[in-house]
Design a protein around this ligand. Structure first.
Ligand code: AMP
Length: 546
């Protein structure tokens, strides 16, 4: 067979040759709608790749982006990777110290950013000395006044370049992209994706049983940010099969997403439960129907049964539940029903849909006990879930400590999820061993919350746990043992925390107890603490702070 390296440039070359007329539609940061075709996108990718050359970006060097789900970010995905550099998609929701850390760790040489984050980066730029130049994703009419270093307007940059580019033939194992994921404590960890992994992951996404299962008849709206593991791979996979791509930009509220689904006749969408809850509320209020949607993909957190039922029974749209991780590019399992599950009685079918589904081809899964022994797939045994496969990370980017902690002696990656597997192959995640709380798709480190709470002189011991929340899936509850005789209030602790963490990290409730359970080795036993608070209900006022 021919030795053809799997490169992301193959994807767009195919799209322009055979699906050049297919549309990419964006609800822009500027507020209006933008539409063009894969052929238009390709020409601009060539211009951008030429611009990167002119800026002196060499193979393997990192190009940062801080950008919404838009056509310009789509162009960056392919132009940066295809020209040999590495696109580092910075998550702007991280707090400032983390952003500074990852930009420095990645050594981003330039950064492309939406106008949304110009003010923020003006404050942080002095702490990011590797970034030589900031390129603002807008045209000259929208170019803001800015003190950003060597600021350039994106459209001006493209205008100066040629519309053809000779995409280099590289080793398929060279890096195309870089994302960071939150650690349990301390610094975020980088996952460096190869071209090969991206192409294979996209090919999987264009196969029938994959949660996305794209083809040339699909109109896909990824309701996921392109700074969250490549919007689950959709922008790489859609041009591979000529699916129409609908990008929501920063307009991620339920009403905006609903309007796009209807106006653009979207057949498949994917996002975290928080977004879908928002959209369900909107549709209930306005009497909206889903006239075109054929598949509703939900992942990132487990959707509640009521949500699955609402989409299926009230709106006639089948839900496909999926599980994945940054370290898996990200898709690992699929909730597409097998033949034997399709004909089950309704309630049993829902039970299947509540599981995380079965591994897709390319992802091997095992569950093990504390000594690393494999556990049976009997639906009863619960253990740590490990994975391996061609789009699973083999290490963290330049982080030996994190790498040592995450991989077993045979090279399997420990997901930090705790699961059982049923005899018919359904993975059910029942817990998380990593000490993180997932709120609306973003991570909160319980360990960081605890450490900062301990800075309050009246706190003897503190433990943060995730409690289910009707809107944000999970929110932090802080359990505190006060020092004897100390005067300590919830507001006092919150004030201390607020000095260190983003507002949306603050615990929604702080409860005072006499003791916190410990394990035999003296660590706080989160498992026992969670059990103790299993009947806990949020006070009425609990809510998310924007
Ligand atoms: P991230 O790397 O930020 O995408 O987060 C990955 C983690 O999110 C997984 O390890 C799980 O803990 C959680 N997760 C993702 N999808 C699901 C799901 N369908 N059900 C439950 N947890 C999920």
């Amino acid at each position: 067979m021919m030795d053809v390296p799997l490169l992301t440039s193959m994807i767009v070359k195919h799209a322009v040759a055979w699906h050049g007329d297919v549309e990419v539609v964006t609800h822009r940061v500027e507020g209006d709608m933008h539409r063009y075709t894969y052929a238009d996108a390709y020409r601009r990718m060539c211009r951008l790749a030429n611009a990167l050359r002119r800026l002196g970006i060499r193979q393997g060097e990192r190009v940062g982006t801080m950008a919404w789900t838009t056509y310009r970010h789509f162009e960056l995905y392919f132009a940066v990777g295809g020209s040999g550099a590495v696109i580092h998609t910075v998550n702007p929701r991280l707090f400032h110290e983390q952003i500074v850390y990852i930009v420095n760790h990645a050594q981003d040489r330039v950064m492309f950013l939406d106008t949304t984050w110009v003010k923020m980066m003006e404050k942080l730029q002095d702490q990011c000395p590797t970034v030589e130049r900031f390129i603002i994703l807008c045209d000259s009419g929208h170019m803001p006044e800015t003190t950003l270093r060597n600021a350039v307007c994106y459209e001006d940059l493209l205008d100066a370049e040629d519309e053809t580019f000779d995409w280099p033939r590289m080793d398929e194992k060279s890096a195309a992209a870089l994302c960071y994921t939150s650690g349990t404590t301390g610094n975020p960890k980088g996952v460096l994706y190869t071209h090969r992994a991206m192409v294979l992951h996209s090919m999987a996404a264009c196969s029938g049983d994959h949660p996305l299962g794209l083809d040339s008849r699909t109109v896909i709206l990824p309701a996921v940010s392109m700074f969250h593991v490549h919007a689950w791979g959709a922008p790489y996979a859609a041009p591979m099969c000529g699916a129409k791509l609908v990008l929501p930009g920063p307009h991620m509220h339920g009403d905006n997403i609903y309007r796009l689904l209807e106006e653009e006749k979207v057949t498949l969408t994917a996002g975290v439960p928080t977004i879908w809850l928002d959209m369900l509320t909107h549709m209930k209020k306005t009497g909206g129907r889903l006239n075109h949607l054929k598949i509703m993909n939900i992942g990132g957190s487990a959707p509640p049964l009521s949500m699955i039922k609402a989409f299926e029974e009230d709106y006639g749209v089948p839900v496909v539940h999926a599980w994945g991780m940054t370290e898996l590019s990200p898709v690992g399992t699929t909730g597409r029903l097998r033949l034997r599950h399709q004909n089950l009685p309704r309630e049993e079918r829902y039970r299947v849909k509540q599981t995380q589904g079965r591994p897709i081809f390319g992802v091997e899964v095992k569950i093990v006990d504390d000594d690393g022994n494999r556990l049976p797939h009997d639906g009863e045994a619960v253990g740590q879930m490990f994975v391996r496969g061609p789009w699973v990370a083999a290490a963290y980017f330049e982080d030996e400590g994190a790498t040592r902690a995450a991989f077993d002696k045979d090279g399997w990656f420990g997901t930090g999820d705790v699961a059982s597997i049923s005899p018919d192959g359904l993975v059910r995640i029942s817990d998380r061993s990593k000490d993180l709380i997932k709120s609306g798709g973003e991570w909160i480190s319980s360990i960081d919350l605890e450490n900062y709470a301990l800075a309050h002189p009246g706190v003897a011991e503190a433990a943060a746990i995730a409690i289910k929340h009707p809107k944000w899936e999970e929110r932090p509850l802080l359990v505190v043992v006060p020092r004897p005789g100390a005067k300590v209030t919830a507001d006092g602790i919150r004030a201390v925390l607020a000095e260190h963490v983003a507002k949306w990290w603050l615990p929604d409730d702080i409860v005072f107890v006499e003791d916190i359970p410990h394990t035999a080795t003296g660590k706080i036993s989160k498992k026992d603490l969670r059990a103790r608070f299993q009947d806990y209900r949020w006070p009425e006022a609990a809510g998310f702070v924007e």
